[in-house]
Design a protein around this ligand. Structure first.
Ligand code: A2P
Length: 320
């Protein structure tokens, strides 16, 4: 069953990536390792983690196990992880990357992203959201261009094959492109029917940057039945037409927006379901229906950083 999806993209630096990846946000305590083991068996060859998620070690353990079993070779799997906001000072970047590699237990990662364009004060490796006496997050003004310069050195050192960014807006990406030696290969952003990101995706495409889409299902809530596109009869009708689930239709839509979705799941059945989206295509009518849910709402606002001059979202709206 392994490697059955040969749906790959080539990056602007010549490396390749499978056009879907396993998201791992909020997956810990053994769930993440089990999810990655299962995902590899099902055919996923692209895993997304982050220092902030606290599960790099679980991702690494699963990948190393599958390499030891002979199921995959290191070069068959693409591992993305991310530099957290407290390590943005240029002199801390290599340290953070080496720490991440130690967590993962591999010599290199495939892609290292700046997780957010804003920075937090460094108060130790484990204080990920440092707060002052008033409970406010301690922001510091480190220019992401300076952080990027240190990221470029990681490629020369062989600690990561490629580098990229996450949650950068149009203006930040344009400024970075005008001031870098190595171009980012990805911008990882939130994408789903309520936040279709068409403008930012077009800018990335024009500049040879791939978009990976986190929370493609809008981090839905079964109790509240939100966001609406996950619980709407109109999307159910599309799903019925193709004999698919609503989640599969939504993931397919996110692919057809021109992105690489990163659906998170730690449930074996859903891990398989989310991967099984390459045997159908949505038509124009389906797109029109799914487009109609766009209202700009986000699940990841990072409101705690709104006072940073590098906060990426000009407008943030209420949660679903
Ligand atoms: P679980 O890990 O129990 O499968 P997003 O990627 O939009 O952030 O969504 C992740 C959330 O959606 C998780 O709570 C995950 O739960 C759930 N999920 C993942 N895949 C599916 C699916 N195919 N159908 C329903 N819920 C899903």
């Amino acid at each position: 069953m392994t490697g059955k999806v040969e749906y790959y993209f080539k990056h602007n630096d010549g490396t390749h990536i499978q056009g879907i990846g396993l998201g791992t946000f909020a997956s810990t305590e053994g769930d993440c390792e089990r999810a990655v083991l299962h995902a590899i068996d099902v055919g996923y060859r692209h895993i997304d983690t982050a220092y902030f998620y606290g599960n790099e070690a679980e991702v690494g353990a699963a990948v190393r196990k599958k390499i030891a079993e002979g199921v995959i070779k290191r070069e068959d799997i693409f591992i993305t992880t991310k530099l957290w906001c407290n390590f943005h000072e240029p002199e801390r970047v290599e340290y953070a990357c080496r720490k991440t590699l130690k967590n993962i237990g591999l010599d290199y990662v495939d892609l290292y992203l700046i997780h957010w364009p804003f920075s937090y004060k460094y108060r130790g490796d484990n204080e990920l959201i440092p707060k002052d006496a008033n409970g406010e997050v301690e922001l510091v003004d480190i220019d992401y261009l300076d952080t990027w310069g240190a990221m470029e050195k990681l490629v020369d050192l062989g600690l990561t094959k490629s580098i990229g960014v996450s949650n950068f807006n149009e203006e930040q990406l344009t400024r970075l492109l005008a001031n870098c030696k190595i171009k980012p290969i990805h911008n990882q952003i939130e994408v789903h029917p309520a936040l279709d990101q068409k403008k930012l995706i077009a800018l990335c495409k024009k500049n040879g940057i791939l978009v990976t889409a986190f929370s493609p299902l809008g981090r839905h809530n079964a109790e509240l039945r939100t966001p609406t596109f996950m619980y709407d009869g109109k999307v159910q009708a599309i799903a019925d037409k193709y004999n698919k689930s609503i989640a599969q239709v939504v993931i397919r839509y996110v692919i057809e927006l021109g992105t690489i979705p990163l659906p998170k799941s730690s449930n074996p059945k859903r891990i398989e379901e989310n991967f099984n989206v390459f045997d159908f295509k949505l038509d124009a009518e389906d797109h029109a229906i799914l487009d109609s849910y766009h209202n700009g709402e986000r699940v990841a606002h990072a409101r705690q950083a709104i006072k940073s001059k590098y906060y990426p979202f000009n407008v943030y709206s209420a949660c679903f």
